[in-house]
Write a protein that binds this ligand. Sequence first.
Ligand SMILES: *Cc1c(COP(=O)(O)O)cnc(C)c1O
Length: 428
Amino acid sequence: MQYQRSSQLFAQAEQVIPGGVNSPVRAFKGVGGTPIFVSKAKGAYLYDEDGNRLIDYINSWGPMLLGHAYEPVISAIKERADRGTSFGMPTELETQIAALAISMVPNIDKIRFVNSGTEACMSAIRLARGFTKRDKIIKFAGCYHGHSDSFLIQAGSGASTFGTPNSPGVTQGTAKDTLLAQYNNLQNVQQLLEANPNEVAAIIVEPVAGNMGCVPPLEGFLEGLRDLCTAHGTLLIFDEVMTGFRLAKGGVQERMQIAADIVCFGKVIGGGLPVGAFAARNEIMNYLAPVGPVYQAGTLSGNPLAMAAGYAMLQAINDDATLFERLDAKTAYLHEGMDQVLKASGIDYTINRLGSMISVHFDARPVIDFDSAKNGDNERFKKFFHGLLQEGVYIAPSAYETWFITDALTYEDLDFTIAAVAKVIKSL
Ligand SMILES: *Cc1c(COP(=O)(O)O)cnc(C)c1O
């Protein structure tokens, strides 16, 4: 495949946008080469500016659970756009999507909409700090909770790809309130809680991690966090920006039957428009302005186009009784196919999967946390990535990302992908 026009467009973009992109991981720094410029997308396929068709395993980094340009979402946006794009005043639609989300997700009474996952997580910890009157938070190495200051400490994927896990511009003062633990290591969390008695407002976690590849929680990890939080008066925040409405209607809380105190959303909840949200039971949510003292706001929050897209998306998910079975089955099929190919090749590998999240690691050891994710053979991953791209299969341009399976993928697409993996693996 040729990517000439994409390369030219990237050169032009670099003149006027830092690094040519508006979000770093798009820039292919982790794999080398220059990014693909998209012209349009439909279902499971991307069409780039050179006229190539690619099978998409990123799906806008998660939102496109039902495929690109999903008709009910597109028509909802068009219909709303004719009525005006922003008012800064309440609309009925906001109540409708809030009520629907609350009916789908366990343990939440109220939800506040924002414009990104970053905003959702940032607001959730402010709320947790206000509610508990404590300053510190615990986060896990390799978990990403958006780019706000408190979280840019060993933040996984984007930040890790570039080897600058601690961004300049984040002050020592901020960093000192973020305590760092190893994913899947309860003892580590317990030690931190005991060393900082009555100081930890919240533990924030990706309940299935997706920003160091896909790293599912080990048996008992989430239950253990729940118990530790309850024992220490600390709030448990599930960052379900990636997993919410993807691993089940009610996210990981439903799938693994564990109650979080605050839940963050993004990605799928906006159906491809910029939306985030955070939610909790009344006691906590009533701490937010204008009811309570914790301030949080947004000129475009609850934007009618974004809410229309999100509402159409959530309705489609809610009305589809077999969606998650189909997604799991497709992902399991891809898993088995790639497993056979990789096993036959003799290359060291591990495939992690949970629901419609899956990742291939070029290391034979189990990948259970950030350190083990870093063990993977990055040089091999780069060749794997570019090989697949040549075959017309687009995976994330970083070894620290999960693949996102969409319902629009057919078994033919999956067979094509497995055959492409087989071909590429031979050349590694
Ligand atoms: C993507 C992501 C975020 C940040 O969301 P943005 O919309 O990119 O700001 C936060 N948490 C997790 C788990 C994510 O995957």
